[in-house]
Write a protein that binds this ligand. Structure first.
Ligand code: ADE
Length: 294
């Protein structure tokens, strides 16, 4: 990370990362402390969070300031406590990364009312709970940066109707709150990752997930899936440049005049993998024109 960001970029800054015990959340938290920040990782599963705290400490040999908090973002009282505990411990709250969330793959007709509600409750209301609490307890007075981790679902997402609807709602909420709170110096932006196979993603989507992920690389203009860590996607080591720097940038003071925006971080999928796919030979077309995304 130091290759593009100053090592002390986040010194004196404090951020909460929900769903911070694994995957994208954990990688974001590591990046934030690598750059001098103090981080709170929060999640429903206490054991996972405790393990995450140890991993972050091990990652930053020169002493990471990290607090792990058990919090179900669906429960407003727990979210309120998470924000209060953060401010009690570190005295401020500069950044919030709403990464906690999830979904399961299912044809729409098979999703139960309870299943639909759970996904919308976690992804949409969970993000809302965290944003509004952050506003009331700190950012409304002091400003701040909020990054919502969403999905590339703007064209719908077959097999993920519940989550796609919730994530698009989070994007819309980011626009509304971003404009309502612009004068409070709060910037709210979204990052939509393409396929970044983490262990949690593989676990969530079942046995065949890794194989499906690997096959889908052929449809990515960049011709590979995203890496959270350098080299092997599933291993944990040095953070890769694919995703986390984009999230971290949105937590810096370099973001003052941008709000309500979504960035798809997907190796070019957004623009190449849609209705023209298969109609003509994209690779030949690109080669003819000397375009090389590799
Ligand atoms: N990650 C997935 N679901 C969550 C929840 N309800 N609260 C916090 N983190 C989560």
């Amino acid at each position: 990370m130091q290759r593009i960001f100053a090592k002390s970029l986040f010194s004196n800054k404090v951020a909460i990362v929900t769903g911070g015990g694994t995957g994208i959340g954990m990688a974001t938290a590591k990046g934030f402390v690598e750059l001098g920040g103090k981080v709170v990782i929060a999640g429903r599963d206490k054991a996972r969070i405790d393990e995450g705290v140890e991993k972050i400490k091990a990652h930053c040999s020169d002493g990471a300031e990290v607090l792990g908090l058990e919090c179900n973002i669906r429960k407003r009282d727990q979210v309120a406590k998470m924000v209060t505990d953060t401010i009690d411990k570190f005295g401020r709250l500069d950044g919030l990364v709403n990464n906690g969330g999830g979904q399961f793959w299912s044809p729409a007709e098979n999703i139960s009312p309870g299943g639909f509600h759970a996904v919308v409750d976690t992804n949409l209301k969970g993000s809302w709970n965290c944003m509004q609490e952050a506003y009331h307890q700190y950012m409304g007075e002091n400003g701040g940066k909020i990054v919502n981790i969403v999905l590339m679902s703007e064209m719908g997402l077959a097999g993920m109707s519940h989550s796609a609807a919730a994530r698009e709602a989070v994007k819309n909420l980011s626009i509304t709150l971003g404009t309502e709170w612009a004068e409070k110096n709060i910037q709210i932006n979204c990052i939509a990752p393409g396929i970044f196979p983490s262990e949690t993603a593989v676990a969530a989507y079942g046995e065949q997930a890794k194989e499906i992920f690997d096959k889908s690389a052929a449809n990515v203009p960049k011709k590979r899936l995203g890496d959270l860590y350098e080299g092997e996607s599933l291993s944990e080591g040095t953070l890769s440049m694919d995703l986390i720097p984009q999230i971290l940038f949105n937590l810096t003071d370099g973001v003052q005049y941008t709000t309500g925006q979504t960035t798809n971080v997907c190796g070019g999928v957004t623009f190449f993998n849609n209705y023209l796919k298969g109609v003509y030979d994209i690779e030949a077309w690109m080669e003819e024109r000397g375009i090389n995304m590799g």
